[in-house]
Design a protein around this ligand. Structure first.
Ligand code: HEM
Ligand SMILES: *[C@@H]1O[C@H](CO)[C@@H](O)[C@H](O)[C@H]1NC(C)=O
Ligand SMILES: *[C@@H]1O[C@H](CO)[C@@H](O)[C@H](O)[C@H]1NC(C)=O
Ligand SMILES: *[C@@H]1O[C@H](CO)[C@@H](O)[C@H](O)[C@H]1NC(C)=O
Length: 260
């Protein structure tokens, strides 16, 4: 069977099961065990196939989870032990998305305020930003930083200006850290050397001994602390205003509301 159709079938069965069983309308790590034990292995193998075909998918999925949690967009991809059963909003809107997501030019206090408004604290902010250990950003997301910021390494900025000129090249990509396909502590190490790509990244480390600085230092040298705290904060973020049961749905096609 075509894997896409297989996936839709699983989703349909899960939806049916949740409607029939209101006690399932809660997030639990074994959500799919009860309603459809085959769902996770199938999702896992589909995600694996997708990442094999296009390595950036891993980064996109991680980012999507962040968007999803902040603004009710689609996406149900899981790694670590996550609470399953989060539903996709039936009415996603770009405008709402842009209004809710913190932009890359936010300063530290703006980032804190944005995270706090979603029930997340300073530690969540610092550790979740560590997701930028993988993936890329468009020139338009870091242009102001490489031309105007002072809290940036000179050679680092000069190099980036080759990829990202003052005018044009808006969609040219640069890696968020120097090892964009590896989950490691390079993201935090680069902040110590003023080599954060986004303004918002560098806001987490200013070298003034703040609590945020100390967390960056910790994660820069302790991958275990990073992995552990990242897992905790991801689960916390995954629990934000979840749409469960009939209030939401799991999409067959992430771009469209289901028609059943
Ligand atoms: C602290 C606030 C955050 C800001 C301001 C922010 C901003 C951004 C921006 C501007 C990009 C580049 C988009 C582009 O230019 O195409 C990006 C990429 C990314 N973000 Fe964040 N982000 C934040 C937090 C997070 C969190 C919490 C996660 C996940 C847990 C995350 C995961 C990612 C990933 C994986 C990418 C790379 C996507 C790719 O390569 O396609 N970000 N982020
Ligand atoms: C989507 O629906 C939710 C709940 O049904 C509602 O609170 C929210 O305002 C809606 N969002 C948009 C963008 O229409
Ligand atoms: C952060 O940005 C806001 C809004 O532009 C501004 O009012 C505030 O003074 C800034 N905070 C710092 C510490 O620069
Ligand atoms: C840098 O700052 C100047 C002056 O505020 C502004 O005009 C410009 O748009 C900013 N960005 C870049 C890429 O020069």
């Amino acid at each position: 069977m075509d894997s896409r159709i297989q996936f839709c079938l699983v989703i349909f069965m899960v939806t049916l099961a949740t409607i029939l069983s209101p006690t399932l309308a809660k997030l639990t790590p074994n959500y799919y065990d009860r309603v459809c034990p085959k769902a996770l292995p199938i999702i896992k193998s589909l995600v694996k196939q997708a990442i094999y075909r296009e390595p950036r998918i891993g980064a996109s999925l991680l980012r999507l989870h962040f968007h999803d949690c902040f603004v009710n967009l689609g996406g149900n991809q899981y790694w670590y032990k996550v609470l399953l059963g989060r539903r996709d909003a039936r009415n996603a809107s770009w405008a709402a998305a842009n209004a809710n997501l913190p932009p890359p030019f936010f300063n530290f206090s703006q980032l804190i305020t944005s995270f706090q408004s979603h029930g997340l604290n300073l530690k969540d902010l610092v550790v979740l930003s560590g997701a930028h250990t993988i993936g890329f950003a468009k020139c338009s997301s870091f242009r102001d930083r490489i031309f105007n910021d002072t809290n940036i390494d000179n050679n680092f900025a000069a190099n980036l200006r080759k990829t990202c000129p003052r005018i044009g090249g808006d969609t040219n990509l640069a890696p968020l850290d120097s090892t964009p396909t590896k989950v490691d502590t390079t993201y935090y190490k680069s902040l110590l050397y003023k080599k954060g790509l986004l303004h918002s990244d560098q806001e987490l480390y200013k070298g003034d001994g703040s609590q945020s600085d100390r967390l960056v230092q910790l994660y820069s040298k302790n991958p275990y602390a990073f992995a552990k705290d990242f897992g905790v904060s991801m689960i916390k973020m995954g629990n934000l205003k979840p749409l469960t049961g009939r209030k939401g749905e799991i999409r067959c096609n992430c771009r469209k509301v289901n028609n059943y």
